[in-house]
Design a binder for this molecule. Structure first.
Ligand code: 7TS
Length: 411
């Protein structure tokens, strides 16, 4: 636990991209749920890697290959400690959350999901945690089921949940934090309920890792996925955590170099985990960047970031609720740093387009949550999403710009 709250202004200065004007206004970057910005420490780690150490991993005996391998495996160790995994072998590098979930749906699903089984998801999942399971259902003959949400306040409806855990359910896959609603799900409780019935769990931590403490031992999940680019790391860096017993009990995802122990013309054998799941040359520079990002985030403190995110979200909910004709989505309390809204009679895309003219970067659309949009009875929302380098002044600016937008469209 970090004792002293960090100096947020000093941290903000670590992000060169934020000090720019967009359309003649200071940039207010509120699209962090899509991707975060990168501090100098991450940019420099990647630059250093390419300038000094670049080579391929696990295959050369020369000095540069040794350094690349060391950088890659050090990133794995850092990730294991970040998540409090039992060992680095439980960390598989992927391109992001999407690839990590596809890996589980494909490889774990191939061995463990059959016709008549059920794959349980929730109504608030991102497409990345729906479509891979639909593909698995189509391949296996399993069916999909969805744990409901309560309504506009977007909480998972826990009352009927235990009834959904019947004997056909093989896996329960759910998000930690909703990228549209800002809901924070009680992940440890959900995993405990599933585990009592022998159901395997996967946590989509794309919106929570780097935003709040994510400890796989405390959560008690079988699998957990996140993307490095949403927590100050580079694109192309992603993580699948899997309990050793689960990963050991899965066939490979992709075949190729680096994942085999022996190949002949008609059959092959695999390396131990995690290498069994990492075919081909990985994104080594991205792993070096991810390690720097985790060091950076670790120094800021995930508990501090969670508090800051929640303070900005609470402030935004308070300021925005004063706008006439606004509809706010998600819980009123304990809201993560993601705030979705609609202004009456103004399309979300128009809100985002005009906000951009004021230098305010929002996102409008379905946020890869089309089924959730249908459940909420809307086609899209506008969304502001915060990170620790955002300020209360930027939230004020958001409210001011939205008022301008309302005046503009009323005219
Ligand atoms: N899961 C959740 C909950 C997400 O929010 C996202 C990305 C993903 C999975 C996929 O992550 P990727 O890194 O593999 O693409 N969410 C968003 C978003 O809200 N706006 O842009 C991307």
């Amino acid at each position: 636990m970090s004792v002293q709250p960090p100096n947020w202004d000093t941290l903000r200065a670590d992000f060169p991209i934020l000090a720019q004007q967009v359309h003649g206004h200071p940039l207010v970057y509120l699209d962090n749920a899509a991707t975060s910005q990168k501090p100098r420490a991450v940019l420099e780690a990647m630059d250093q890697f390419y300038r000094r150490d670049n080579s391929n991993v696990h295959r050369g005996i020369h000095e540069l290959s040794r350094r690349s391998t060391e950088a890659f495996e050090a990133a794995r160790e850092r990730t294991a400690s970040f998540l409090n995994a039992r060992e680095p072998a439980e960390i598989v590098f992927t391109r992001g959350t999407t690839e990590a979930i596809n890996l589980v749906a494909y490889a774990w699903g191939a061995r463990h999901v059959h016709a008549g089984d059920t794959i349980l998801l929730t109504e608030m999942e991102h497409h990345s945690n729906i479509v891979p399971w639909q593909l698995l259902a189509a391949r296996s003959g399993a069916k999909l089921a969805y744990a409901p949400i309560t309504g506009d306040d977007g909480l998972l409806d826990l009352r009927g949940l235990d009834n959904l855990f019947d004997s056909t359910v093989k896996i329960f896959a759910f998000t930690h934090v909703s990228n549209t609603l800002g809901t924070v799900n009680p992940v440890a409780d959900l995993c405990a309920r599933a585990r009592r019935r022998g159901i395997v769990t996967l946590v989509d931590a794309a919106q929570s890792a780097g935003h709040r403490p994510v400890d796989v031992a405390e959560i008690g999940c079988d699998f957990l996925a996140f993307s490095g680019h949403k927590l100050c790391g580079p694109t192309g860096s992603g993580v699948l955590y899997g309990r050793r017993e689960r990963l050991d009990d899965m066939p490979p995802f992709q075949g190729g170099g680096d994942m085999i122990s022996n190949v002949d013309y008609f059959q092959s054998s695999w390396k131990e985990i995690p290498h069994k799941f990492e075919a081909g040359t990985p994104d080594i520079a991205a792993a070096a960047g991810l390690r720097a990002a985790l060091d950076y985030i670790g120094a800021v403190g995930c508990d501090n970031i969670a508090r800051h995110d929640e303070e900005l979200a609470a402030l935004a909910l308070e300021k925005l609720s004063r706008l006439p004709g606004i509809r706010l989505f998600g819980p009123r309390q304990g809201h993560a740093g993601v705030v979705s809204f609609l202004l009456r009679d103004i399309h979300a895309h128009d809100v985002v387009t005009v906000a951009d003219q004021f230098g305010v970067a929002l996102r409008g659309g379905h946020h890869c949550n089309q089924p959730l949009m249908k459940r909420l009875g809307v086609e899209s929302t506008a969304r502001a999403s915060f990170y620790f380098y955002n300020t209360a002044a930027e939230v004020d600016r958001l409210a001011e710009v939205l008022l301008e937008i309302q005046k503009f469209f009323a005219a």
